[in-house]
Design a protein around this ligand. Structure first.
Ligand code: HEC
Ligand code: HEC
Ligand code: HEC
Ligand code: HEC
Ligand code: HEC
Ligand code: HEC
Length: 336
């Protein structure tokens, strides 16, 4: 942490030195037109204020930096697991990079912001705010500033693809089959699950403006939650607490909110356990939550898919309770 912080301070000093050096070199030639002072524009960010420092400190505690999956730099993984891969596919519109990314970096300031494009503070603008067409079904979703998140936080296309319309059996060859691994963007949008049966609807959270950003980047709690940590929970007096800073505009009573969160988690965890039992009993899921490769009915594959979809969403249904609940209820029913 110390290294980067020191660095943000050293840059302006170096820059002043550079300007002085350049100025002394140009003395012999003709005087060019007066440009904007580089020091001034660099200093819009590389200054002595603690605004940027705060974000760096938060980022340095984040899962984006510390999760340890940015070595997944192959052309099919790099678009979501490396910063350069993400930037490349934003330009090309492809789902894979043209080659593996060498010297990969994890999600960082340059990934989401246009850092060093105009060298002014307008580079804080987000790199992408355009709506995203989900890989899995081409449904287009507009989540405002969270569009920068959902091109990564969505499932990959599973092979083979489970579609509830067909009643044929399906043969799965890999134990890692499923809606790899961050389906949150699709979950919030209420799409992308194996929609057997009917009665699907969405919870109110589908319509939250800027979705992920509203809750995960709410007012920071130190470097534990909110802001550029993207975390939702922090430790206080040895207990785990939810950072509700992003919730209180809508949920004004914290006690009522806590009760709702508990009820929702209980409901969704209960359904996850029920669906898991069915899948284990029918011999299509193993005890470490991987599909058991082989030939199975479409609804069994769909059941595994929905189980992993809700499990790997990792919000215990909070992202979209109604959709998660219905996916699991209908899967259980289809397997009776
Ligand atoms: C929009 C804000 C912004 C402006 C304006 C800006 N920088 Fe940066 N700069 C950053 C950020 C953010 C980083 C990455 C810091 C980090 O990784 O924590 C960075 C990193 C750097 C680095 C480290 C090497 C690198 O690329 O990561 C250098 C050198 C640098 N800036 C020089 C400059 C100079 C010179 C200017 C003016 C010509 C300038 N910056 C203008 C935000 C800015
Ligand atoms: C370039 C792709 C990419 C973008 C853009 C991105 N993420 Fe992530 N995110 C990831 C990956 C990959 C991980 C898993 C990192 C790991 O474990 O190594 C992750 C992890 C996370 C985590 C969990 C960290 C943990 O502790 O388990 C949260 C929360 C998160 N991202 C939220 C967001 C939000 C909110 C945004 C938008 C503001 C966003 N992400 C943008 C790829 C991305
Ligand atoms: C569409 C974007 C996307 C692609 C493509 C992608 N991933 Fe991921 N992956 C993610 C996100 C987002 C997470 C983090 C999910 C979370 O923290 O909830 C993740 C998590 C992971 C994890 C941690 C999972 C866990 O359960 O701890 C591994 C390992 C991983 N990915 C490997 C890969 C590999 C290997 C590839 C290429 C075959 C790949 N990913 C391609 C988005 C992607
Ligand atoms: C995963 C995406 C993501 C990454 C990585 C990221 N940011 Fe941000 N940043 C955002 C979003 C989204 C916002 C807008 C938050 C809001 O609307 O409240 C933001 C806002 C900011 C702002 C306020 C900008 C303004 O216009 O006032 C600063 C400063 C900032 N980020 C600095 C950084 C720095 C420094 C880093 C690297 C250490 C970084 N960000 C990395 C997504 C990201
Ligand atoms: C209504 C608020 C809200 C919205 C909107 C939201 N989340 Fe969450 N998210 C949560 C809560 C609450 C949890 C569960 C935290 C816990 O109990 O650990 C969570 C959990 C997660 C996790 C598991 C890791 C963690 O931090 O616990 C990831 C990853 C994640 N969300 C990513 C996203 C992404 C990406 C989006 C946007 C597509 C998003 N979330 C939108 C509130 C939200
Ligand atoms: C933009 C407004 C808004 C924000 C922000 C918001 N919620 Fe909600 N939430 C609602 C509405 C509206 C409902 C549905 C009405 C009801 O049942 O009271 C709801 C319902 C819920 C439920 C019940 C399950 C469900 O989704 O139907 C839980 C739990 C919940 N919210 C938790 C949270 C948490 C935790 C946060 C912050 C991390 C949060 N909400 C942020 C508006 C919001």
């Amino acid at each position: 942490m110390k290294k980067t912080n020191l660095f943000m301070l050293i840059v302006p000093v170096l820059f002043v030195a550079m300007i002085v050096f350049v100025a002394s070199c140009t003395k012999e030639g003709q005087q060019g037109p007066q440009g904007e002072s580089g020091v001034q524009t660099c200093g819009q960010c590389h200054n002595f204020s603690e605004d940027v420092l705060a974000r760096q400190i938060q980022y340095e505690a984040s899962g984006h930096l510390n999760g340890g999956t940015f070595e997944r730099n192959g052309s099919d993984c790099a678009p979501c697991h490396t910063s350069m891969g993400y930037r490349e596919v934003l330009q090309t519109g492809e789902q894979e990079t043209s080659a593996a990314i060498s010297n990969p970096t994890p999600v960082n300031c340059f990934t989401c912001h246009n850092i060093h494009e105009t060298y002014t503070s307008s580079d804080w603008q987000l790199r992408s705010t355009t709506p995203v067409a989900f890989r899995i079904n081409d449904v287009v979703s507009d989540q405002g500033t969270a569009n920068v998140c959902i091109s990564c936080h969505q499932p990959m296309i599973p092979d083979p693809f489970p579609s509830p319309g067909t009643r044929e059996d399906i043969t799965i060859t890999s134990p890692y089959w499923g809606p790899h691994h961050g389906p949150q963007g699709t979950m919030i949008a209420g799409t992308g699950g194996y929609e057997v049966g009917g009665g699907y609807s969405n919870s109110a959270h589908t319509n939250i403006e800027n979705t992920c950003v509203k809750c995960h980047m709410a007012e920071a709690y130190g470097n534990q939650a909110g802001g550029h940590t993207w975390n939702m929970t922090y430790l206080y007096h040895g207990g785990d607490h939810l950072n509700i800073a992003g919730c209180t505009d809508c949920h004004t009573d914290p006690d009522a909110l806590e009760a709702m969160v508990e009820d929702t988690a209980e409901l969704i965890d209960g359904l996850l356990a029920d669906l898991r039992t069915v899948l284990l009993t029918q011999g299509v899921l193993d005890s470490s939550d991987h599909v058991i490769p082989g030939t199975m009915s479409m609804d069994q594959a769909g059941g595994v898919f929905n189980y992993l979809f809700v499990l790997e969403d990792r919000s215990e249904g909070l992202h979209n309770t109604k959709y998660a609940k219905k996916l699991m209820e209908n899967s259980i029913e289809s397997l009776q």
